[in-house]
Ligand binder design. Structure first.
Ligand SMILES: Cc1cc2nc3c(=O)[nH]c(=O)nc-3n(C[C@H](O)[C@H](O)[C@H](O)COP(=O)(O)OP(=O)(O)OC[C@H]3O[C@@H](n4cnc5c(N)ncnc54)[C@H](O)[C@@H]3O)c2cc1C
Length: 225
């Protein structure tokens, strides 16, 4: 059994195993996010984290962070740039965070800009992975060739999504978007139950909504062969 959990890298990882899935059968999209942060040397500029277009954390202390991060910081983020798979920290990303922060806490936005001006501003950027319909892909990987073959040999016949042929022993969990903390556990339990052949207490529509075969199945339904 293999479960591919490589976020945006999942499609290329799967194609490297010889699984023949056209790119539109596994439509993963990158969404870059950049956070701006700096050492907190004085008083925090708010009592609690604030949220609007991004989250401002006025104070965070953690002596266990990697050595490149100060142990007491403030942070603002993250940006949301669809289609961008780069991970470089940019001035433009910092500017976007400053603008978002301006609406929530102008004093903190001023501090962000000052930190940028005095080279004290730090940043972190990574890529979120989203699917075309913004839902996760959690479950068994479809066998696209077998699906198309079924449709070709039995004219206009298409199995249900649940009965779509699968690559034996191959599962995936990807496209958690911005909600990995909330979604990962439920999706992992779903896959574990599928591997074990156990029942899983979930609405079948919900399981279908995250089925990694849904895009291949819809394409097969639309195709004229
Ligand atoms: C800036 C930012 C802010 C976020 N804020 C939040 C938040 O507040 N709340 C929340 O719930 N979520 C947030 N997220 C989203 C959250 O990080 C993701 O939903 C979650 O990390 C997805 O988990 P994952 O295991 O699917 O992918 P990842 O955590 O991205 O892990 C994928 C792993 O696969 C590896 N990989 C990729 N390609 C290959 C390959 N070919 N071979 C081997 N390994 C490979 C990568 O190196 C990585 O280690 C944020 C994301 C970003 C970028």
């Amino acid at each position: 059994m293999v479960v591919v959990c490589a976020a945006f890298g999942s499609a290329s990882l799967l194609s490297g195993t010889g699984v023949a899935l056209p790119t539109n059968a596994l439509p993963l999209r990158p969404v870059k996010g950049q956070m701006s942060l700096a050492e907190l040397s004085g008083e925090a500029l708010a009592d609690w984290p604030q949220r609007d277009n991004g989250v401002y954390v006025p104070q965070y202390e953690d002596s266990g962070l990697a050595p490149r991060w100060p142990s007491r910081i403030w942070a603002m983020g993250s940006t949301y740039v669809r289609g961008d798979a780069s991970t470089d920290v940019t001035d433009d990303g910092h500017q976007r965070n400053a603008q978002s922060l301006e609406a929530m806490n102008p004093q903190a936005a001023e501090r962000l800009r000052e930190s940028a001006g005095s080279q004290r501003l730090l940043g972190w950027a990574e890529v979120r992975c989203a699917s075309l319909d913004r839902l996760p892909l959690a479950g068994a990987v479809p066998d696209n060739s077998a699906l198309l073959q079924l449709k070709g040999t039995r004219r206009r016949y298409l199995p249900s999504l649940a009965d779509t042929p699968r690559e034996p022993g191959l599962y995936m969990l990807s496209a958690l978007g911005s909600r990995g903390i909330t979604l990962a556990h439920w999706c992992a339990r779903l896959i574990a139950s599928q591997i074990q052949g156990e029942s899983f207490d979930a609405d079948p529509d919900l399981v279908a909504a995250v089925d990694p075969a849904r895009f291949a199945w819809r394409q097969a339904r639309r195709s004229s062969t």
